[in-house]
Design a binder for this molecule. Structure first.
Ligand code: HAM
Length: 426
């Protein structure tokens, strides 16, 4: 029978066997970020619509076309968060974090929402790991952030990664550059695609992104921001590059790197993976030195990035398997009640134990122990001593009930969940 309901377009379920890779990504990120002094923050999944319009930018695709916006019962316009930076800046201001030691280093993780056309690697609900450093304009921050993302991808084992690096300069230089770019585009108007032509005034940088043949030819000769950086911005960028080179982080200088959000200034970057096809962006970010002020705070430089969890999982292409219990208790007859008592006792001691809840015969229970990937089966028989079976070697031996936990701990391994794990971070 065909299912009557399906997950909404562009969304997906994460099944038990798909959890381990996501959990590994989240755990690795959490360990790395917390070791580097970043504090976890959680913010609501919806915010005032105005927050995103003001920060992400009115003219961006995200704000114009992709927001899940709704009115609540009180007539307020709310939006499911399309990204985290705006929310974290809002929280920084709301909680007076400028009074803490600067910069404030935060990280977050969870679901985000964009009404995009779904395709492989592009969803309407997706997960990000997001990192923000608010309150320092030092190039050390830019370098630290990029090195962390580089190392995280390396630690996870993502292959075929490329880093694109650019600088957008400060707002003044950028405005002057944009005027020059507009003039250039106008002078080549006839060769541009209709879409680009219509956006010359609103967003001339988008022309660098175009697939249209004529537009691409024009853009190959277009002036770039990197040639128009002011002295301080150029020096800042040179320092970032020097620091990255010192840390052995390879990058491609990309004078035309355009990000889909309006708040960026100075350094911008994006990590791509050649394995991913058209949606090749794994994660990226950059400086946004004007955003906090734009949201009503004091002028406060900041920088950050976000990593797409689904894209990393796709790039890793790991075969999933649901985490297995360390021990599966097999019991028959009277011993069935003891099985639950024993499973409870082991679970209370923090060990991962499972038992037959399907009323199977002993043979079926052994099969089930194998199917769920248990490291051991513990066979309880009426009257007799419990027998511990090593599911890998097939070796079986009687065991003193008092020594059970100790024996089990000895066989704890990576693929069998021995101790109860912390809940996943998202
Ligand atoms: P973003 O480039 O829009 O940046 O998103 C970061 C990453 O999220 C992308 O590289 C991609 O892996 C993932 N992503 C975005 N949209 C989708 C989607 N529809 N489906 C699946 N994955 C997606 C930001 O969001 C900025 N807030 C990053 C930042 C932080 N800049 C400064 N601080």
């Amino acid at each position: 029978m065909a299912a009557k309901f399906k997950a909404p377009r562009g969304t997906f379920d994460v099944l038990p066997e798909q959890q381990p890779v996501r959990r590994r990504i989240e755990r690795t990120a959490r360990e790395m970020l917390e070791a580097a002094g970043y504090g976890r923050i959680d913010t609501p999944v919806f915010e005032d619509t105005e927050l995103f319009a003001r920060s992400v930018g009115e003219s961006t695709d995200i704000v114009q076309k992709q927001m899940f916006t709704f009115e609540d019962q009180g007539g307020r316009s709310l939006t499911l968060r399309p990204e985290a930076t705006a929310s974290l800046c809002r929280a920084y201001l709301e909680h007076g974090m400028h009074k803490r030691a600067q910069p404030v280093k935060l990280w977050a993780s969870g679901p985000f929402f964009r009404h995009e056309r779904p395709q492989a690697g592009r969803y309407r609900q997706f997960s990000q790991i997001d990192v923000e450093v608010i309150g320092s304009d030092s190039p050390l921050v830019d370098a630290e952030l990029i090195v962390l993302l580089h190392d995280l991808l390396a630690e996870l084992g993502v292959e075929g990664v490329r880093l694109r690096l650019g600088s957008l300069g400060s707002p003044g230089a950028r405005l002057a550059y944009l005027e020059e770019l507009r003039a250039y585009l106008r002078s080549h108007e006839r060769d541009l695609s209709k879409e680009v032509r219509e956006r010359i005034e609103v967003n001339p940088l988008r022309a660098f992104d175009a697939d249209h043949e004529g537009t691409r030819k024009v853009m190959a000769e277009a002036p770039t921001m990197l040639d128009h950086l002011g002295d301080e911005d150029a020096e800042h960028f040179a320092t970032v590059r020097k620091l990255l080179e010192r840390e052995g982080v390879a990058y491609d200088l990309d004078p035309t790197l355009v990000r889909g959000l309006d708040y960026y200034t100075r350094t911008v970057f994006e990590f791509e993976c050649e394995r991913l096809g058209t949606q090749s962006g794994l994660g990226g970010g950059g400086r946004y030195d004007g955003l906090i002020e734009q949201l009503g705070g004091q002028p406060t430089p900041a920088n950050g990035w976000a990593l797409g969890v689904e894209r990393v999982a796709l790039a890793l292409g790991e075969e999933g398997r649901a985490p297995a219990a360390l021990v599966f208790i097999v019991a028959e007859g009277e011993a069935r009640d003891r099985a639950l008592a024993l499973a409870t006792e082991l679970r209370r001691a923090g060990l991962a134990a499972d038992l037959d809840l399907g009323d199977r015969a002993v043979k079926g229970q052994m099969k089930q122990a194998d199917r769920v990937g248990a490291r051991y089966a513990l066979i309880l028989e009426d009257g007799g001593a419990p027998v511990l079976r090593d599911m890998r070697s097939g070796e079986q031996r009687e065991i003193e009930p008092g020594r059970l936990a100790e024996e089990l701990m000895r066989g704890r391994s990576e693929d069998a969940r021995g101790l109860r794990e912390e809940p996943p971070v998202s």
